[in-house]
Ligand binder design. Structure first.
Ligand code: GLU
Length: 449
């Protein structure tokens, strides 16, 4: 579809190639059906707040959500009952323990958080269950809205976990024995097994993570799945508790709210930026995907995504996508008008980082109405371009130029120029002009010279 925005696909593909070589770890087998998955399946997906989809590898391969379902069911519980009520039954402290640990507060019996099994089982139990709207239907509906399409349950994986999940049943009995819960965790554990067996792809998980990142509104469907404060609450708990006993290290190094599951799924969310997901069933001893962990860590570093490094961007980046023919052209001769009609124009503003650069690249592709037309990028109103964005914009413009068409920037402040002396072998600077009009006139001037 696109050319310029392929910078994102390229980053995902590179990671896919690089980490396919990782062959450590193996699929979970304590749920027998999970041991039957292809250990080498590997997919990555990213969805932006504008609903742009990027993927590499097996991003369309189905697998079960397992623990990746937990933040979304927690979101449902928070939407229905509110944070104060949910917090009476489930705390929000990192446990520093494994996913299936018996981490219950000694005095209250409250589980440490909703990301470990004990807390997730209670959270599931808190979802109202009525004959008209059974709990498991409500959960499946909610998960489907997060994904933006109708999901279903993998009955074989469900049956496999139901047949062997005595540790989770034991946890549920233990919870019931410790406190005056308003609901029955023992009954809910079967629903919990069903939510874990909901079938998704990496692209679905990216949409689900993007919905949390987008204040609870699914960027693909526009559906307001949960209120904005709930999305923020869930992301906060994912940031501190989503990676079990490795949560602190993950936040330190990768810096994104995340959640892993034993089937090999892993999600991460960049608030107001994107949703990311990987799928690879080879797990490390803590139950997290080896390749997923490595790929998301590398992606965060490469694209400068660490939450604590990046202030959120203000307002819109792209202020105009048009062809030069739509713009005023004082003194242009009629024959020039026809040439100008072919020139795509994108005007950007503000500070440009990875997120903003992705928008600009996407708009560049959009502006090329005639498929392979020349294109002008106007950076006259841009206040800054960071390292990552500069490389992306230069790369995107270079890819269009490589098709043999003219590309130019109106870049009076020379923000796309590389700092320091030019390096040998580096791609050439994009053709740069002081004004948009000069850039358009050059681009309208015929084939690339
Ligand atoms: N269904 C799994 C269990 O409860 C989920 C665990 C996980 O994905 O971490 O054991």
């Amino acid at each position: 579809m696109s050319t310029a925005a392929d910078a994102v696909t390229e980053a995902l593909s590179e990671l896919h190639t690089r980490f396919t070589r990782l062959r450590d770890g193996r699929p979970a087998d304590y749920i027998p059906q999970l041991a039957r998955t292809d250990p080498d399946a590997f997919g990555l997906a990213l969805i932006s707040m504008d609903g742009h989809l990027y993927s590499a590898g097996d991003a369309g391969t189905p697998f079960t959500m397992q623990s990746v379902s937990k933040p979304f069911v927690y979101a449902l519980a928070l939407s229905v009952l509110g944070l104060d009520e949910v917090s009476r039954w489930v705390n929000a402290e990192p446990s520093g323990e494994a996913y299936n640990a018996i981490s219950l507060e000694p005095d209250t019996g409250r589980p440490d958080n909703a990301m470990v099994n004990a807390g997730a089982i209670i959270t599931t139990a808190l979802i109202p269950d009525t004959p008209a709207a059974p709990r498991s239907d409500r959960i499946l509906d909610c998960l489907s809205r997060f994904a933006g399409r109708r999901l279903d349950v993998d009955e074989q994986v469900y049956a496999s976990e139901a047949a062997t999940g005595d540790r989770n049943r034991a946890l549920a009995y233990l919870i019931r024995s410790t406190g005056p819960l308003p609901v029955d965790p023992v009954a809910a554990v079967e629903t919990y097994f069903r939510q874990c067996a909901v079938r998704v792809t990496a692209l679905d998980l990216a949409a689900m993570a993007a919905t949390l990142a987008n204040g609870g509104v699914n960027p693909l469907t526009g559906d307001a799945v949960v209120p904005e404060p709930v999305a923020a609450q869930v992301l906060a708990v994912m940031a501190t508790c989503g990676m079990y006993d490795a949560s602190g290290e993950w936040l330190l190094r990768v810096g994104l709210p995340a959640k892993s599951g034993v089937s090999g799924g892993l999600i991460a969310a960049g608030p107001a930026r994107f949703g990311l997901a990987t799928y690879s069933p080879r797990l490390d001893p803590s139950g997290t995907s080896v390749r997923g962990r490595a790929a998301l860590g590398a992606l965060s570093e490469r694209l400068g995504l660490h939450l604590m490094h990046n202030p959120a961007l203000a307002a819109s980046t792209v202020t105009l996508v048009a062809t030069a023919g739509d713009l005023p052209a004082a003194g242009a001769a009629p024959q020039d008008r026809a040439l100008r009609e072919r020139v795509g124009v994108v005007v950007a503003q503000g500070a440009i980082d990875f997120t903003a650069a992705e928008r600009v690249l996407y708009a560049l592709d959009e502006s090329r109405t005639q498929g392979a037309g020349p294109v002008v990028l106007d950076l006259g109103q841009v206040t800054g371009v960071d390292r990552v964005a500069r490389a992306m914009l230069r790369g995107g413009l270079g890819r269009i130029a490589a098709e043999g068409v003219r590309t130019a920037v109106a870049d009076p402040a020379r923000r796309l120029a590389l700092p320091g002396p030019g390096q040998r072998g580096a791609p050439p600077d994009p053709r740069s002009f002081a004004t948009r009009e000069q850039a358009v006139a050059w681009c309208a001037g015929g084939p690339a010279g």
